[in-house]
Each structure stands twice: as structure tokens, then as C-alpha cells.
Write a protein of this length. Structure first.
Length: 345
């Protein structure tokens, strides 16, 4: 197989070829090759550096070759994801290994998935006693093969088992595309009902499973991995910023009680309507980005200060303590007071 030469990312600029669209981490490309018969002797780990990136089109071409190999079949993507090891996700894989719970791991994937691939987004939504971890491609509908989506979703279930054990299974898994092969391999890999032709690609998990804390957890090591991931994310955003990334950066420093889309639109020299259209094309919305920013700031304030809830609420753009409790319970599955107590334990 002909393997494209990756582009090293060196801070705010790229050396060698410039990346003009979504990119994929070379470690993930290597993991796909290693999980199939296409991995040649000696491998290609010499170029799988933390910031090496491939154009998404090159990653798609790699998948085309993998899926036309003699031993490929309708479940190749499913099995590739299930065979993924932590180093296939580079720093995100190692960060997941140090998370205190599945909920923390899902939030890490939500924030740091661009380090693995900018061709899709991961989101965690909680409603009642369950959570849904969703994957949405942000490239065109014909640009990402269903087997690529299956590899992503099965890799997320595999990553959950790194911290819960191999016997763990979600409540359900759904795919937006139709099934192409036999049902048995999906049941065997996921250990739960799997539906196709659904509204979204999602993994449904009980709230109890999401919030169960691991008995062995090293918060200092987790913070170390998170700091490194933040540095890489900043470098990636500076080198190839999407509109969503630039809005996230704006929100990091904004007064959230006064934040509206006109602020980042002015900074990007866009109309609000154009900004909203660009965000939609990238698989997100202003409201979703603002909600994520409020969530992140609320967590930081609860973790690092003793401020009462009625002081925190306006700092995250909410009307009062009651609104903060309601929003935080939606984000975390627990009220802010319980989160603060758990974090300090």
C-alpha cells in the first residue's frame, strides 16, 4: 500500500505541505493499518508523531485501499475499531485511560476528538437516567464511508472498556446508515441491540455506568495528560482553525453573561447569518458551543474556587443558582454541590 507522507505540525504554522481541509492524526492512520492485513512489515511508526497530520482525503484513500483488500469484508470497519489500542488515539487514548469515569472519558472525547480527526464531532447528551455519546461526520455525506463510521463508534466502545473492563456493554448502539453485513458480528462486538437507519450514530449508556467512579484513579496524571492535550489542541487550532475552533477560542476569554454571536462574528469579519451557516456546515451551532463553554467554565470554578452557586451562575452566563443547578445536572447528571464534593474527595 502506498502511504501518504504526513505533514508535521509545528506550533502555529505547518512545515512541508500545507493542510487545506480537515486532517487526521497519523497515529490513527497507523492504527487502522495495524488492525488489518494491510500493515506491512516494520510498520510506519517512524512517522506517527503526536502532531503529524494527514489530509482527510488521504485518510479516505487509505480506507479505500483497506476495504478493497482481498481479506476485507462488510465488517472490516467494525473490527478495526474494536482492535484499537490507546496509542491509536495518541494523547486522547492515554487521557481516557486516566479518566475517573465514563462520563469524564466522554467529555474528553468531546473536547479532544479533533486531535484524532477533524472530520467528525463527538458529543455527550444526557436525558433522564441515560446518556448518548453521538458521532457526527462533518465532511460531506459521500466523503465518509459507513465502515469508517463503524470504526469510530466501535473504537469508542472499545475505549470505554479500557476503563470499565471487557465485560461492559452499552444499552444500545445505533447507526444512521443501513446494515451491509450479517447482524451477528455487531451483536458480538457491542454486546447490545444495534439498530440501523437511525437518526444518528450513537452509543446509549446508563447514567449509573457513566458516573461510576473507578477505584484506582490518579487525578495528577489525568491533569498532566489534559494539559498536554490542551497544548496540542491549541497548536492544531492555530495551524488550521475552523470557524468552530475560532468561536471556541473567543468563548474561552469572553464574559459569558454578555456573550452573543455578534462578538465572534465581528472578530471573524462575518455576518451573524454567515457565522451560523459555517458552524452548521461544521456540525455544530452557536448555542451548542456556548453551552459547552458554560459547562467548562462552571466545572473549573467548582473545582478551583469556593464561590457559592449564586456567584458562579452569572460568571457562566446563567440567571441564578437555580438555573445553574438545572443546567449542571443536565451536563453532569448530578447537581453542582455533589460534583464539587466528589471532585475534592
Amino acid at each position: 500500500m502506498s502511504i501518504p507522507e504526513p505533514t508535521p505540525l509545528t506550533g502555529p504554522s505547518l512545515t512541508g505541505r500545507s493542510l487545506t481541509g480537515p486532517s487526521v492524526n497519523a497515529s490513527y492512520a497507523l492504527a487502522v493499518l495495524s488492525a488489518t492485513a494491510e500493515a506491512g512489515p516494520g510498520g510506519t511508526d517512524s512517522w506517527a508523531m503526536p502532531t503529524d497530520r494527514l489530509e482527510y482525503g488521504e485518510m479516505r484513500a487509505l480506507w479505500d485501499e483497506v476495504l478493497t483488500a482481498r481479506d476485507a469484508g462488510p465488517h472490516t470497519g467494525l473490527l478495526v475499531g474494536d482492535r484499537l489500542r490507546p496509542d491509536g488515539l495518541h494523547i486522547l487514548g492515554h487521557l481516557i485511560l486516566t479518566c475517573a469515569s465514563l462520563a469524564d472519558a466522554a467529555r474528553a472525547a468531546e473536547r479532544y476528538h479533533p486531535l484524532v480527526s477533524q472530520a467528525g464531532t463527538v458529543t455527550l447528551r444526557r436525558l433522564g437516567g441515560v446518556g448518548r455519546i453521538c458521532y457526527r461526520p462533518t465532511v460531506g455525506p459521500t466523503a465518509m464511508l459507513p465502515q469508517q463510521v463503524e470504526a469510530v463508534v466501535s473504537s469508542m466502545v472499545r475505549a470505554a472498556r479500557w476503563i470499565t473492563g471487557d465485560d461492559w456493554a452499552p444499552v444500545a448502539v445505533s447507526f444512521a446508515h443501513p446494515r451491509a453485513g450479517a447482524a451477528e458480528p455487531y451483536a458480538r462486538v457491542f454486546g447490545c441491540p444495534v439498530t440501523f437507519g437511525a437518526p444518528e450514530n450513537a452509543i446509549t449508556v446508563t447514567g449509573e455506568d457513566l458516573d461510576r467512579r473507578r477505584p484506582l484513579y490518579d487525578p495528577a496524571l489525568n491533569r498532566l495528560h489534559q494539559a498536554y492535550a490542551d497544548r496540542l489542541l491549541h497548536q492544531l487550532s492555530a495551524a488550521s482553525p475552523t470557524v468552530a475552533e475560532r468561536v471556541r477560542q473567543w468563548l474561552e476569554h469572553a464574559a459569558l453573561e454578555e456573550a452573543d454571536p455578534e462578538g465572534p462574528a465581528r472578530q471573524l469579519n462575518l455576518s451573524v447569518r454567515t457565522l451560523r451557516r459555517a458552524l452548521h456546515a461544521e456540525g455544530t451551532t452557536w448555542r451548542a458551543l456556548l453551552d459547552t463553554a458554560r459547562h467548562g467554565r462552571a466545572r473549573r470554578l467548582l473545582e478551583t474556587t469556593a464561590l457559592p452557586l449564586d456567584r458562579i451562575a452569572p460568571l457562566v452566563g446563567l440567571s441564578g443558582a437555580t438555573a445553574l443547578v438545572r443546567a449542571f445536572t443536565r451536563w453532569e447528571g448530578m447537581p453542582p454541590g455533589a460534583y464539587r464534593s466528589r471532585y475534592r474527595c
